[in-house]
Design a protein around this ligand. Structure first.
Ligand SMILES: Cc1ncc(COP(=O)(O)O)c(C=O)c1O
Ligand SMILES: N[C@H](C=O)CCC(=O)O
Length: 434
């Protein structure tokens, strides 16, 4: 059965004439899926509607943004009211302090916070702060983790960079990349060896506490604690990149979930309530190096934009109602248990932490980037195309995560399970539905 996507195809043909590859961020091009991308018209709750009028249950959630579901009425109402009063002033507004107080209240590791306009900016700025604070240069990251597209963070990165198969993207000077060391994830020996030889040069270790940009790959027991211990011992900072895990793994993010307090935290996605927002925060003495208080420069015309702040504040306020995280955890556990039972019948594995998950077309649960690279990408693409026909929208790459959100109903999740079951049976039962 063919998915009716005439309007999406036309929209794509038009877009590629004006926008490189027809998209403004590479993974959404469906390059690794082997078909043209869908173009979307609207979304509500957990249902996306494309320009041909097809509905999909959304497990991509705009790459993890829409934890409350799309177009939550209370967030929408607050945003409309704010827009009517002017959308940007390039000057401070009380909304920024309101959101800052909420973030500091929810995330134990954050004493002070600054807002920017994307996750990339948040990470780029946090790394600068770490270098300014320590007076050191070297940044340690992990293969397959993605921290946005700032030059020195694209070394052996996950997400769309992984699809290129390149160690470093062209356009980044080698000299910049030499300021970053990327180590295999879940390899304590490699981390210890680097600290023993270059510990005094290391400004910071940055890690996704639940890596999601090589698909979801959980940290092994004690790995995050080792990073905490070594950074403390050598006077380096520990940065948790919580652009995905923040306000998702728990009220206080992954730091609180794992009981580890980093020096700096980067945030994005959920914090903007669907608008372009990022944030970085952490220890007061570290954050105080920032201009205008201290010497480390960082700025942004639209930073702290009042509409985005309003959306973010109401999103966090709604997430912070009693029982929200408990209900989400219960729902995710029940769904993922059933999903596991389905995929166990195929040469496919499920990695999950909390409400985040990836189906890997691999017989063994991957524990690092090299193992993810061994997946059967052709079968993933076939599965993905089949799943779209079942009305389910996963993140369109083997190197990405999917999310159970607050808005998913039991019925929708049941339909996802049925869709996955049918899509897998097409792939492995060799039933031709193409
Ligand atoms: C962990 C992580 N850090 C940073 C980023 C960069 O965020 P943005 O795409 O908003 O620039 C992303 C996602 O893109 C991410 O998943
Ligand atoms: N993996 C990225 C974010 O988490 C995907 C978003 C993008 O690159 O457009």
């Amino acid at each position: 059965m063919e998915l009716l996507s005439k309007q999406s195809k036309q929209a794509f043909e038009e877009a590629i004439r004006y926008i490189p590859g027809g998209v403004n961020s590479p993974v959404r091009s469906f390059k690794s899926i082997g078909r043209s991308p869908l173009f979307f018209e609207k979304a509500s709750g957990s249902v996306l509607t494309d320009v041909d009028g097809n509905d999909y249950i959304d497990m991509c959630n705009s790459w993890g943004v829409t934890l409350l579901g799309h177009a939550h009425p209370e967030v929408t109402e607050a945003v409309i009211a704010r827009v009517q009063k002017g959308t940007t002033f390039g000057a401070p507004t009380p909304e920024e302090t309101l959101l800052a107080k909420k973030v500091i209240d929810m995330v134990p590791a954050i004493d002070m916070v600054r807002f920017v306009s994307s996750g990339t900016e948040a990470v780029m700025s946090a790394v600068r702060v770490a270098r300014g604070f320590t007076g050191r240069t070297l940044l340690v990251k992990f293969d397959g983790c993605y921290h946005g597209h700032a030059d020195h963070l694209l070394v052996d990165a996950g997400s769309g960079v992984a699809e290129t198969g390149e160690h470093l993207t062209p356009g980044v000077p080698r000299e910049f990349a030499q300021c970053t060391v990327s180590l295999p994830f879940n390899d304590p020996k490699a981390v210890k060896a680097l600290f023993e030889t270059r510990g005094e040069e290391i400004a910071a270790v940055i890690v996704e506490p639940v890596p999601a940009n090589m698909g979801v790959v959980p940290a092994g027991s004690g790995f995050l604690q080792l990073l905490r211990d070594l950074t403390t011992q050598y006077g380096a900072l520990l940065i948790f990149d919580e652009v995905i895990t923040g306000f998702r793994m728990s009220r206080g993010g992954a730091g609180q979930y794992f009981g580890i307090t980093p020096d700096l935290v980067t945030l994005g996605k959920i914090i903007g309530g669907g608008f372009p927002v990022g944030a970085f925060g952490g220890r007061r003495d570290v954050m105080e190096v920032l201009a205008p208080l201290g010497p480390v420069y960082q700025a942004g015309t639209l930073s702290g934009n009042p509409v985005a702040m309003e959306a973010g504040y109401h999103t966090l306020r709604l997430l912070d109602q009693p029982g929200v995280y408990e209900d989400l955890a219960r729902k995710a556990e029940s769904f993922l248990g059933k999903l596991r039972a389905i995929v166990d019948r195929y040469p496919v594995t499920l990695n999950s932490v909390g409400p985040m998950f990836t189906l890997f077309f691999h017989k063994k649960n991957p524990t690092n980037f090299e193992e993810v690279k061994g997946c059967d990408f052709e079968n993933f693409a076939w599965f993905y195309r089949s799943l779209l026909k079942e009305g389910v929208y996963f993140s369109p790459s083997q190197y990405e995560a999917n999310f159970v959100n607050v808005a998913h109903t039991e019925h929708q999740l049941r339909l996802v399970l049925i869709g996955v079951q049918r899509a897998l049976s097409y792939v492995y039962g060799y039933v031709d539905n193409m």
